[in-house]
Structures are given as structure tokens and as C-alpha cells.
Design a protein around this ligand. Structure first.
Ligand SMILES: [Zn+2]
Ligand SMILES: [Zn+2]
Length: 238
């Protein structure tokens, strides 16, 4: 499957491909690298893990999600969290390079079902950072991606975050899960705005899903009826 949509969004400013260093490339990553590294694969509908080759086409979910469905109606991603995208994400998050957001949104929009999900959603909500983390980084990497998906639907003040998960790394897995559950809340004065709404919950990377699930639970509690997670990259094991 070719990513024809990519050429529609190309800007005309030539630059060097961040992956293969080819020059000129009409974007941060050249078309040849996108074709090579960002081909769509069949993924679980609710956790976005790659489904094993050979699984029947009518099987839409992985075994874990069939046994215990996650609190997401759908989970969509553009790429697996591996080379070269893991490097691009590091440059985005830790290299003070927010321009990557446009590239990631472009790849998301050309991934199966994402544009449809953006169109169908009432609200696009980025996974928030805590105030301390936001001050440290200067921007919320999830919010920047949202703006490129649909600026008019993006709402970055509805969901609040009280603490970061990474600061909990000294805790056991179950303690961390408990902790992340209490990390999110919907802005109390605005909770009504979520009733009956279809929400797109956006983050840059999904690993165990604990953060997304906790954020989804807060949105669901406020009355959101459909929550689709959209993440640029998905790790291939939890
Ligand atoms: Zn390239
Ligand atoms: Zn799954």
C-alpha cells in the first residue's frame, strides 16, 4: 500500500532527510524512507499491537484484548516504536524540536482509519503533561500533534494531570498502575461538555497503555461515550 496522501501534504521547502540524509527531501523524512519504514501493518483494534501474520482477517483483536478489553473503543497508530521512528521521537521530545509534530501527524493521517476517526470525533484531547514536566520541556508533545490533526477540535484544557508516571519509576508495576489511575481528572467546571461526546485521545507513544487507560477512564467517567486513542508510535511489547 503506497502512502499517496503524503505527496498531497508535502511542502516545497527542500531539506535533508533526517533518516538517510538524502538531499534534497521535501520533508523531514524523505518519501523513500517513509515507504521503507512506515508501511501499514494489521494491528489489534483496541491496543494497536501488530497482529501475527496468518491470523484470519476477521480477527480484529489480540488475545489479551479479547480476554480483557482495554477501556478504549479503538486504538490507532502510524508506526511501531523502533528505528528510525524511536530516534525521531527522541529528537522531538528531548532535542527541543517541536517541528516533528507536523511530520508525525502527516504519517498518522495516512495510517488506516485515522482521518476517519478525526472527522468523526467531537473533541481531540492530548494526554496532558504535569505542570512541572511542561515547564521543563516547554511544549506538550501530544498537543502539538493534535494541532496538526485538527486545530479547531483540539482542547488541551479539559483533561488535567497531577503527576507524571516516570517519576514513579521506583514503584512496582501494580503500585505504578494505582498511581497513574489517580493522575488524571477532568476539569470539574467543564465535565458536562464531555457528555455523549466522541473523543480522540492523542499521545506520541503508547507502551503499556497504563497512561492512556487512566486518561480514558477520567474522560469516560465524565460521560464521553466513545474514546479512540491515536498514538504516533506503538511499542511491540508492553
Ligand atoms: Zn530518507
Ligand atoms: Zn490488543
Amino acid at each position: 500500500m503506497q502512502r499517496s496522501i503524503f505527496s498531497r501534504f508535502l511542502n516545497n521547502i527542500p531539506s535533508q532527510c533526517a533518516v538517510c540524509k538524502a538531499w534534497p527531501s521535501n520533508g523531514m523524512v524523505c518519501e523513500a524512507c517513509i515507504t521503507r519504514f512506515a508501511q501499514p501493518v494489521r494491528r489489534c483494534a483496541t491496543c494497536a499491537l501488530t497482529l501475527k501474520v496468518g491470523k484470519s482477517a476477521d480477527i480484529k483483536r489480540c488475545g489479551a484484548c479479547i480476554v480483557k478489553p482495554p477501556p478504549l473503543d479503538e486504538c490507532l497508530t502510524a508506526v511501531s516504536y523502533e528505528y528510525p521512528w524511536s530516534d525521531c521521537i527522541a529528537s522531538y521530545k528531548f532535542g527541543n524540536n517541536p517541528a516533528w509534530a507536523g511530520m508525525f501527524a502527516l504519517l498518522l493521517k495516512s495510517a488506516p482509519s485515522v482521518e476517519f476517526a478525526v472527522d468523526e470525533s467531537d473533541l481531540i484531547v492530548p494526554v496532558p503533561l504535569s505542570v512541572a514536566r511542561l515547564q521543563q520541556r516547554g511544549y506538550n508533545q501530544a498537543l502539538e500533534i493534535c494541532k496538526h490533526l485538527s486545530r479547531s477540535k483540539t482542547d488541551a484544557t479539559l483533561l488535567l494531570r497531577f503527576k507524571d508516571t516516570l517519576t514513579q519509576s521506583s514503584l512496582s508495576k501494580s503500585e505504578r498502575l494505582k498511581n497513574v489511575k489517580a493522575a488524571f481528572a477532568v476539569e470539574p467546571l467543564r465535565a458536562k461538555e464531555l457528555q455523549g461526546k466522541r473523543v480522540l485521545l492523542v499521545d506520541d507513544v503508547m507502551t503499556s497503555g497504563a497512561t492512556l487507560f487512566a486518561a480514558a477512564a477520567a474522560l469516560r467517567q465524565a460521560g464521553a461515550t466513545n474514546i479512540t486513542a491515536v498514538v504516533f508510535a506503538r511499542t511491540e511489547s508492553d
